[in-house]
Design a binder for this molecule. Sequence first.
Ligand code: HGY
Ligand code: MN
Ligand code: MN
Length: 412
Amino acid sequence: MQSNRNRIKTILEELSKFTATPGAGTTRLSYSPEDQLARTYLKKQMKQVGLKVREDAVGNIYGRLEGKDASLPAVMVGSHFDSVPNGGSFDGPAGVVTGLEVAALFQENQLQPVYPLEVIAMVEEEGSRFGSGLLGSRMLAGQVSAESLTSMKDKDGISVNEAMLALGFNGNQLTEARRTAKDVKAFIELHIEQGPVLEEAGEDVGILETIVGMTEIKVTITGRAGHAGTTPMNARQDALAATVQIVADLPQLAMDAAEATVLTIGKLTVYPNGANVIPNVVVFTVDVRSKSEACVQSVIQQVKTIIQTKTPKGITAEIEEMLYEKPVQLSEKIHQQLRANSEALGLKSRSMVSGAGHDAMIFAGFTEVGLVFVPSKDGLSHTPEEWTDYEQVQKGIEVVYETVKQLTEVEI
Ligand code: HGY
Ligand code: MN
Ligand code: MN
């Protein structure tokens, strides 16, 4: 293999050090101190492999290798560099290191592409800080309003735009960050599978055909706080007691759906969260995904009906849609190229459907997209135990490298 395993390993290990929870996985929220450490490191790595580095108005990091014809649209390779709370070291960074390694191989082999090559490291794919996923790619795709960047706030009440401004970025300059088919020829993302399929099958890479549709709603249940000791049970407006009744029925909706559908209540916060205080507010999220958009819509509609019908008198329920992405078909042409290159490299591959959302699904809205999976140990992800052998990452990078050489029309 042409790629350099040690270089890949070093970058992934260095990135994993930029975490707010050392010893308990990677916690790297967008525009946080850990983001800034990772940002500085990534910009240095991009320069080292001969890329011209810039950050767009919202903090996505770019490294560009000029093509013979600079007016042609770029072939982009990358992923996100934020994480979930207490996540792993590969979710996102495996795709960013792929871009860096491809650029390093271009430099080492003095390859001159016709189409420009761009490496990208994106912010806020997980939505862990501001509650709305795929934000970095949705901002560059023109799917986010400047107003929403002032309304979306983190747990401390800091808005996306305030967090951006503190680092010298500016959510009011979204047009500067915009990318379109005019300047992006293709986007290739390598990502860990985050499931057990490749490992169980003993295969090297997954080549994605489809990414499931996903939606996330935030539900706020409001009652009235009170003294746990002196308030009779029939005089309470207990927001948590109401929430428990509502959420108990939700997972079954996904199990009963016509096609494979998943429903997750991943976040639930109780206010004021005192042992001797009747909760007055509970905020929780509901994440629903399926390859079938009809299933996503039907399950979400049933969720809303249950919330409305099960909210007792004296309690109110407010529902806010945080994300809605339809299922996405990826480029058939690039899919074939990735499969053929895997075969030519003697690697075992399979076509797959992604149950996880990825920045690739946003790029698929305006350009040709390829998504490559590498195996996850025990299928684990979004946990400190997340692991992929460096050799496995390397095999995926080899497939991406061959494909990017073709897409940028490197003269062999
Ligand atoms: O939630 C997801 O599927 C991705 O990890 N953001
Ligand atoms: Mn990811
Ligand atoms: Mn993730």
